[in-house]
Design a protein around this ligand. Structure first.
Ligand code: HEC
Length: 399
């Protein structure tokens, strides 16, 4: 039973991740669609539409059907009973994301959250700290918006303070957690604020507006302004969050000694690129933004490039080869702890020569190329040992 647990967690992981991506696509897809729709509307020529209060319409063809969405300047004379609300996409993205984070990171805090070379803490402390990031992230961000958001010229102050807070939180996370977890926690923190914006402000605001319209009153415009402000923030958060979520596939980003700066720069590049699209939707084609974004990305790529001497080039690696006998003690000392009969992380066992042979490709990929194994280098593998694993892999007879 004990040995089945990792396997069961793997399935939970698979199903939750699958669902998370599906509902995330639905959420972000709907937001992208509405941003696009809003900016693509034309003033209606039909006097009937004008009289109804329609301020913009669009004709589109999709999947064999013709569509004609219409946007009312304020609201229709009568609020229809059957009104579709967009919120489950946002909520289910958060719920599945949090469940996935729990199954993977909180259940395995020792392995995933903590890197003792970064900061040593007990697993329970790490779990509390990770949760605190999600909660405090929202509380701080929400307070910034509440205090400055409704003042004249407040948008700039809010933007500046949110920037400072994201920089501070990123620096802190990267000095508390393993790099991989830190990136994810920052993504989850911003993602939590995005969902909370929908849950605490955007949807309740819309409910109040509709309630007062149904009661025949003029709705307070502040609800619309607040919702708009929070939606704009969500628009800018989207691409940084998506990068943070995908970053765990790219160890060169989160294993760097200045990983916090790497994350911030990549997030900045994505915001610059997003800015281009936001302006383009308004009819302004400002190429400076994407150009700056691409330059930042290229700069980061050059900065992170491995130095030639650190890679396994033919000149730096002596002609010597390694055999299975040379690497068995390395694997036993550095890997077996987490890859054995009792604990087979990711269902991989490395506790026999056959198992090592069977997983040769994966060992090479994870420990030599990506250098993500041993997890957070918990067992202190040396560069020389990685090189030995690399020579063994290249020299071994094709299986
Ligand atoms: C401290 C525990 C720990 C140590 C030590 C460790 N691993 Fe892992 N390993 C893990 C965990 C946890 C996973 C699952 C990672 C994930 O889900 O992304 C894993 C996954 C893997 C995978 C599968 C990766 C994939 O995504 O397919 C390989 C291969 C692997 N480890 C090889 C090694 C090798 C080789 C070593 C020794 C050089 C090693 N591990 C040392 C914990 C460890």
């Amino acid at each position: 039973m004990e040995t089945l647990l990792p396997y069961v967690l793997d399935w939970a992981n698979l199903l939750l991740r699958w669902l998370h991506v599906i509902v995330g696509i639905a959420w972000i897809g709907a937001s992208f669609y509405f941003v696009w729709l809003d900016n693509s509307l034309h003033a209606p020529v039909d006097p009937v539409l004008q009289a109804k209060g329609v301020g913009g319409e669009l004709w589109a063809v999709h999947g064999g059907g013709f569509y004609n969405p219409q946007k009312y300047r304020t609201s229709p004379a009568q609020i229809p009973e059957n009104l579709h609300w967009f919120y489950w996409e946002a909520y289910s993205t958060w719920l599945t994301g949090f469940a996935l984070f729990t199954v993977l990171y909180l259940f395995n805090a020792n392995t995933f959250l903590i890197d003792r070379n970064v900061f040593d803490m007990a697993p329970a402390t790490a779990v509390m700290a990770a949760l605190a990031f999600l909660v405090a992230g929202w509380v701080v961000y929400d307070a910034i918006c509440r205090v400055w958001g409704e003042r004249a010229g407040g948008d700039r102050i809010v933007a500046l303070l949110v920037l400072v807070y994201v920089v501070g939180a990123t620096w802190l996370a990267c000095h508390l957690f393993s790099g991989r977890a830190a990136f994810l926690i920052i993504g989850a923190m911003l993602g939590t604020s995005m969902s909370a914006n929908v849950f605490f402000w955007i949807i309740p605001g819309q409910r109040k507006v509709i309630a007062s319209m149904r009661a025949g009153e003029t709705p307070d415009p502040v609800h619309g302004q607040r919702a708009k402000q929070r939606s704009v923030h969500n628009t800018y958060f989207t691409l940084p969050v998506l990068f943070a979520m995908l970053s765990n596939h790219y160890s060169m980003t989160y294993t760097h000694p200045y990983n916090w700066a790497v994350l911030l720069l990549i997030m900045l590049a994505s915001v610059l690129i997003r800015q281009f699209f936001i302006l383009k939707h308004k009819g302004v084609w400002n190429w400076n933004y994407p150009a700056a974004g691409v330059i930042v990305l290229l700069g980061v790529a050059v900065w992170l490039a491995p130095s030639p001497s650190a890679t396994l080039s033919p000149t730096s690696a002596p002609a010597a080869t390694s055999s299975l006998a040379d690497i068995q003690p390395i694997v036993a000392q550095r890997c077996v702890m987490c890859h054995n009969a009792q604990l087979a992380s990711k269902n991989i066992r490395l506790d026999s020569p056959q198992a090592i042979q069977a997983n040769a490709q994966l060992i090479y990929q994870q420990a030599v190329v990506l250098k993500v194994m041993p997890m957070n280098n918990a067992t202190g593998i040396t560069e020389a040992e990685r090189a030995t694993l690399g020579r063994w892999f290249k020299a071994r007879a094709p299986q």
